[in-house]
Design a binder for this molecule. Sequence first.
Ligand SMILES: Nc1ncnc2c1ncn2[C@@H]1O[C@H](COP(=O)(O)OP(=O)(O)O)[C@@H](O)[C@H]1O
Ligand SMILES: [Mg+2]
Length: 338
Amino acid sequence: MVPILEVKNLRTQYKTESGLVKAVDGVSYYINEQEIVGVVGESGCGKSVTQLSVMRLINSPGEIVGGEILFEGQNLLQFKANGPEMRRIRGAKISMVFQEPMTSLNPVLTIGQQLIEILEVHLGMSRKNARQRVIEMLDLVGIPGASSRIDDYPHNFSGGMRQRVMIAMALLCNPKLIIADEPTTALDVTTQAQLFELMKSMVERFKSSLVIVTHNLGIVARYAHRIYIMYAGRIVEEGSCKEIFRNPRHPYTIGLLKSVPRLDDQEGKRLVPIEGMPPDLIQMPSTCAFLPRCSYSIEQCRVEPWPELRKVEGTKHYVRCYLKTEAWEQCRSHSATT
Ligand SMILES: Nc1ncnc2c1ncn2[C@@H]1O[C@H](COP(=O)(O)OP(=O)(O)O)[C@@H](O)[C@H]1O
Ligand SMILES: [Mg+2]
């Protein structure tokens, strides 16, 4: 399989008054063609900054200070963030669906005005053809009465419908890669499920790849092929969706699995939050950043630097943890019974 995107050792930092925030600190990952990948972690662990770095949307005081972002074989870091190459890529090749559609939609323009312009600018379509294409796309994402609703303003749509408009917008130029950053977090569970079903069927239809960014590991279970777990600006575990759910290894991943609801949960299931807080990304220890919250740490965790992501023998699963198989098993069964 060919990776459409390959990020190598990405580092993005913010210079703030309280110090240097290492928001993304040596992150490597890839996404194959037509693959759906989940990026999961608690709030503040660097998920959005990673994706904004790929889009070259990091503004001062933030700065990408190292790494490579290979998209279709080209390193995007060689381009100016606002230069013509990146503008072309952002509009037509990689698109993003954000958590709050009102931040990406202009409230004083109709949906049609905004979406038609994208097709005129990026694909050079005539206004008439562009309008027709936008109506088709709105129809495809399940907006009833698309041919009249195209002339409505963003505030005329409900939250769920606005997110459908955003999905239509993201798909307009048939991009290779769609990045959905917590696209449904503000919505109710039923609407969330519908939107994920929609995104999945759309990327299959348009043969795009999809990155789903979420703090809810339960949500990606049904949709992602592969999952990356992020903690404190790094990736701590990577594996197929099946592996991560059946055999989670990092105590953080195991904690996440116990602490979030899944779309298919039985009512009344007890959720167990992970105790403690994620670390301050300014004062990062050299040891494992999860150590202060981990009940399974061993001497090695306290004295040695945080290990690199390592392959678990005999699997395609990677984890950044010193614990051995027996400890992971203990951690899983313990969490399951508490
Ligand atoms: N504009 C900014 N200025 C300073 N720090 C920032 C800025 N944007 C993000 N950060 C910091 O980067 C870290 C990662 O943030 P983010 O990627 O948004 O987390 P999340 O995983 O919730 O998406 C956080 O500690 C956040 O405070
Ligand atoms: Mg975020």
